[in-house]
Design a protein around this ligand. Structure first.
Ligand code: NAD
Ligand code: G6P
Ligand code: MN
Length: 433
């Protein structure tokens, strides 16, 4: 049987992961799941771990849930390691969102100043996990969900020198769920090609006969349909002229770039009225854990779909099942480029459509991007590489360069002040700086 180790097991998303594994048990016969957390998440781990065990007990399968604060014990001989931890918990995310916003800039979980600091906190931990894996489970696959997912995956490959890694996100999952409906098609009647970076990708769609239907989809997007946007993203229409020009569908986070003025204004207003996203999520999380405490609840409650990461298990569990059973399912993953996106170096991590099998991801070639998108993509990858380098070396000047070229940060004295304040606010989680 298969051993799974989940780092950050106390996450409120864990029941969704269990649901995905239960659904796939016949092709992925799991024997044991180890949920790992830290002292600060002990109570969450206990509640959600018991809930997870009840879900398996209600299924026809015998799977044991182990809860532990000992990462090494969990990693020993694991076949798959999934990572869904949040260094500093939601309190850290509130600081990422609040401090830049105080100066009129974007603080967001994965974008702007907030996203860069989440990377600073997360990269050192993921590299520790990789070192543990080299000793304790050298044949295991790492399935990363911890954000910023693309940068974390890049750090694993570039600095961890670990290639058996797949980075995931639910944004492409949701797009591929909703868009077939918009076109009146079944999901298997459409063929998708995604390319870019995590939270910075575009996609094109053809029908089963190879006819490009991206323009049809663009038309539908302006008819007021549900566009498959995660709950945390403000859904305003993109400038239609740009979509018509590039003949690709941007991802939700592109609103921050194509319409910085509108999206930032919306975010800042929301922060002042109903609170930052982390503050809203705290409320949802409290409600979820109240539900999870119910000894009669043995299935994933509906309320979990209020979280932005809903449906991520479709990507996580399917990639694990695809590797295990060499299924060659097509998914969108963060993985080494290898030429799929020729506008970026072959050795960097990109988010692309890929066939997932026993040997990992085999990327679908996307080809060159239009001029404007290529420029943006190259800047964003440079920013990511600087952030990861700074996270590893602790070099302040490298961090400042990343801040300066990040399109969501207005360069200058204020930007540096924001960075300095974030360094102070997050001191305890930034041992390298
Ligand atoms: P959360 O705040 O519930 O954190 C999950 C758990 O991680 C907590 O129980 C916490 O105690 C634990 N943790 C913190 N540091 C740890 C460490 N060093 N080792 C082990 N466990 C540790 O977070 P969440 O809202 O469930 O999100 C979890 C992660 O998944 C975040 O990084 C979030 O950004 C990410 N996420 C990714 C996507 C995606 O599309 N890839 C979607 C949603 C969330
Ligand atoms: C999805 C993304 C995640 C993101 C999350 C936030 O949009 O794919 O990567 O960070 O939702 O969700 P939350 O409910 O925590 O705001
Ligand atoms: Mn994501």
């Amino acid at each position: 049987g298969v051993k799974i180790a989940t780092i950050g097991g106390g996450s409120s998303y864990t029941p969704e992961l269990m649901e995905g594994f239960i659904k796939r048990y016949e092709e992925l016969p799991i024997r044991e799941i180890w949920l790992v957390d830290i002292e600060a998440g002990k109570e969450k781990l206990e509640i959600v771990g018991n809930m997870a065990q009840r879900m398996w007990d209600a299924s026809p399968y015998e799977v044991k849930i182990h809860m532990t604060l000992d990462r090494e014990e969990a990693l020993k001989d694991a076949d798959f390691v999934t990572t869904q931890f949040r260094v500093g918990l939601l309190e850290a995310r509130i600081k990422d969102e609040r401090i830049p916003a105080y100066y009129g800039m974007l603080g967001q979980e994965t974008n702007g100043a907030g996203g860069m600091f989440k990377a600073f906190r997360t990269v050192p931990i993921i590299l520790e996990i990789v070192e543990d894996m080299k000793r304790l489970c050298p044949d295991a696959w790492l399935i990363n969900f911890a954000n910023p997912s693309g940068m974390v995956t890049e750090a694993v490959v570039r600095y961890g020198k670990w290639d058996k890694v797949i980075g995931l996100c639910n944004v492409p999952v949701m797009a591929q769920m909703v868009e077939p409906e918009m076109l009146g098609k079944q999901p298997d009647e459409l063929i998708y090609k995604f390319a870019g970076l995590n939270h910075f990708h575009w996609h094109k769609v053809t029908d089963a006969k190879g006819k490009d239907v991206t323009q049809e989809l663009i038309n539908k997007m302006y008819e007021g349909d549900e566009t498959g946007m995660p709950k945390n993203i403000h859904d305003i229409p993109f400038p239609r002229e740009i979509l018509e020009q590039m003949q690709m569908i941007p991802c939700g986070y592109h609103h921050y770039y194509y319409q910085e003025e509108e999206t930032l204004a919306h975010a800042l207003e929301e922060y002042e009225t109903i609170g930052t996203r982390a503050q809203q999520v705290k409320q949802t999380e409290t409600e979820l854990f109240e539900l999870y405490k119910d000894p009669n609840l043995d299935y994933k409650p509906e309320q979990l779909s209020q979280r932005g990461g809903a449906y991520y298990s479709d990507a996580a569990c399917e990639s694990i099942a695809s590797i295990y059973a060499n299924k060659n399912t097509q998914l969108v993953v963060s993985t080494k480029n290898d030429g799929a996106v020729p506008d970026l170096p072959a050795d960097c991590v990109v988010e692309v459509s890929a066939y997932i099998g026993g040997q990992g991801a085999r990327n679908v070639a996307f080809g060159e991007l239009p001029t404007a998108e290529r420029g943006w993509l190259q800047v964003m990858k440079a920013m990511e590489l600087l952030i990861i380098e700074a996270a590893v070396t602790g070099d302040y000047n490298t961090a400042l360069q990343a801040f300066t070229i990040n399109p969501m940060v207005r360069s200058g004295k204020t930007a540096q002040r924001i960075m300095d304040e974030l360094f102070i606010a997050h001191k305890e989680h930034l041992p390298n700086f």
